[in-house]
Ligand binder design. Structure first.
Ligand code: ATP
Ligand code: MG
Length: 555
């Protein structure tokens, strides 16, 4: 391999140092989703970051479901998360874990803390605990139960476990420092009573560990070296380190925080996406207007494009929002050379070439992608009756309109020059048919006349084209107003986020693009076959992204 010229991000620098100092001999990272919804683009960043580090350092990557919080039905989410992580290319191999499998270990850890005098059972209510906790400027007050003996605490904790108390009646708290400047260190609750069934452990437990206690134990049990999480956990790090140390894990995992990925004018956050799904605003978790990974996949994004995007975003410690246009830039870049460029007409009107022999058809050989000869060529049928885009014809054109209008000559892409001779309208004055004549001498590549035309329009052969439904998307959120309404916190939805076009026609050349589920439709953008609703004979396409971009690469 050549010299490494790419500068290392701050996480890599930390890892380099740990390895150099012998703190760890190898690297082990994890992605720890809570199975309470589908993953989104922000999680993709975390997955690719953690997996990427394990690859770079020839280490191990774990997928761990953080299912310590008992909730109802999680299997749908577990399956979807596995599918998404796999699709992104992160391979956990045999390292698939469930945090709930560690409930026994966590219980043992709690006992250890009690025996060391580092945890106590507290009878204060949630409300009282909050009052005693103090504020950022005032220290907290010790709980009156803080002085319980080890024996008393062991007996009470055992009784908690045996179901002798109601939910919220007693908690187990770490005994740290009620005067700590870090509120997380003021005797945090580490176990609570909750009479809930757990999808994995059933009714075995009626006490459940709190996240800040459970997470470091999960990492330590799996011998994770670098526990990478987002910035909101920075203030929790002292507690993380405390738990690992007092529970006597060695080697100790190390928490490193980075800034979450946010996109401007896009709904991220499982909670918010879930609400859109539940309220029926979108058609499920994979509605192509969402940025869940399932939705991006259905919309036609590729894992490569998401990897490119995440790399462009980089990792940092400062919070910022990335423009959605950057994600669009990445998918265009990824598909540009990989996908065939086909012709499809989204708003068709008929064009008849009056001097082209009736019943005749010729097959024009066309490059699948002018910029990438490796994609080969295909044969496109051409005949007397075609469809063209409605806005490629005007009766009375404005200045600088170079497409079809009476008397004007244009190039039909890959085919001949045609001149508009006349048109037909319905009783409301809408154009229904455009009549042209063609010049046989202008056939692409064979007889060039030296004559120039300013406009080139695309087309499909009417008798051969396949009908299709095409779905065009705009941002789900009203970009002018921003994501949330300032007054009531509701979402500012864009009423035009989905436009369904029923009578579109696409070129009948899919065989030559075998195995391909996305295409460039010339002049209209990149499109993919909708994985849910499309069927042979009933094609449905999603527009992934238009061709035009306002996005400029950051310097
Ligand atoms: P959400 O707020 O969307 O529900 P979460 O953080 O609650 O996200 P988890 O399932 O708990 O979701 O997160 C799994 C991992 O993904 C965590 O390590 C978390 O830090 C990371 N993560 C979540 N959102 C983002 C984001 N926007 N950018 C980067 N990483 C993220
Ligand atoms: Mg969460």
């Amino acid at each position: 391999m050549g010299e490494e010229t790419i500068s290392r991000n701050f996480i890599e620098q930390e890892i380099d140092r740990d390895l150099a100092e012998g703190v760890y001999t190898e690297v082990c990272t994890r992605f720890p989703p809570e199975p309470n919804g589908y993953l989104h683009i922000g999680h993709a960043k975390s997955i690719l970051l953690n997996y990427g580090l394990s690859q770079k350092y020839d280490g191990t990557f774990h997928l761990r479901f953080d299912d310590t919080n008992p909730t109802k039905e999680d299997t749908e989410y577990v399956e979807s998360i596995k599918e998404d992580v796999k699709w992104l290319g992160a391979n956990w191999k045999e390292h698939l874990y469930f945090a709930s499998d560690y409930f026994d270990v966590m219980y043992e850890c709690a006992l250890k803390l009690i025996k060391k005098g580092k945890a106590y059972v507290c009878d204060l209510s949630a409300e009282e605990i909050r009052e005693y906790r103090g504020t950022l400027t005032e220290p907290g007050k010790n709980s009156p139960y803080r002085g319980r003996t080890v024996e008393e605490n062991l007996a009470l904790f055992e009784a908690m476990k045996n179901g002798e108390y109601k939910d919220g009646e007693k908690v187990l708290r770490a005994k740290i420092d009620m005067a700590s400047p870090n509120i997380n260190m003021r005797d945090p609750v580490i176990y609570r009573v909750a009479r809930m069934s757990h999808h994995n452990t059933g009714d075995k437990w009626c006490i459940y560990p709190m996240y800040d206690f459970a997470h470091p134990i999960e990492d330590a049990v799996e011998k994770i070296t670098h526990s990478i999480c987002t910035l909101e956990f920075e203030d929790h790090r002292p507690l993380y380190d405390w738990v690992v140390k007092e529970c006597e894990f060695d080697p100790a995992p190390r928490q490193i925080e980075f800034a979450k990925l946010y996109l401007t004018n896009v709904v991220t956050g499982k909670r918010y996406i879930k609400k859109l799904v539940q309220d029926g605003v979108v058609d499920g978790w994979d509605d192509p207007r969402l940025v869940s990974i399932a939705a991006l996949r259905r919309r036609g994004f590729t894992p490569e494009s998401i990897r490119m995007f995440v790399e462009m975003c980089g990792v940092s410690k400062s919070q910022s929002s990335v423009d959605y246009a950057m994600l669009e830039h990445c998918i265009r870049e990824d598909l540009k050379l990989k996908r065939p460029r086909m012709m499809a007409v989204l708003h068709p009107i008929k064009l008849v070439i009056d001097n082209y022999p009736e019943g005749e058809v010729e097959y024009l050989e066309v490059d699948n992608n002018m910029e990438n000869p490796e994609l080969g060529t295909r044969k496109v049928p051409f005949c007397r009756e075609l469809y063209i885009e409605r806005d490629d014809f005007m009766i009375e054109p404005p200045k600088k309109y170079f497409r079809l209008f009476p008397g004007n000559e244009v190039r039909l892409m890959h085919a001949y020059f045609v001149t508009c001779q006349s048109f037909e309208t319905d009783e409301d004055g809408n154009v229904t048919v455009v009549h042209c004549t063609y010049d046989p001498e202008t056939k692409c590549g064979t007889g060039f006349t030296g004559r120039k035309v300013k406009g080139t329009i695309h087309w499909v052969a009417a008798p051969y084209a396949k009908p299709a439904q095409v779905r065009l998307y705009e941002n789900l959120v009203d970009e002018e107003k921003g994501v949330y309404n300032k007054e009531d916190g509701s979402l500012n939805l864009n009423p035009n986020s989905l436009e369904v076009l029923e009578n579109c026609y696409v070129e009948d050349s899919f065989d030559s693009a075998e195995g391909c589920d996305s295409f460039q439709f010339v002049r209209n953008g990149y499109f993919c076959i909708d994985s849910k609703d499309s069927a042979p004979g009933q094609l449905v396409f999603n527009r992934i992204v238009s061709l035009k971009s306002s996005f400029r690469l950051p310097k």
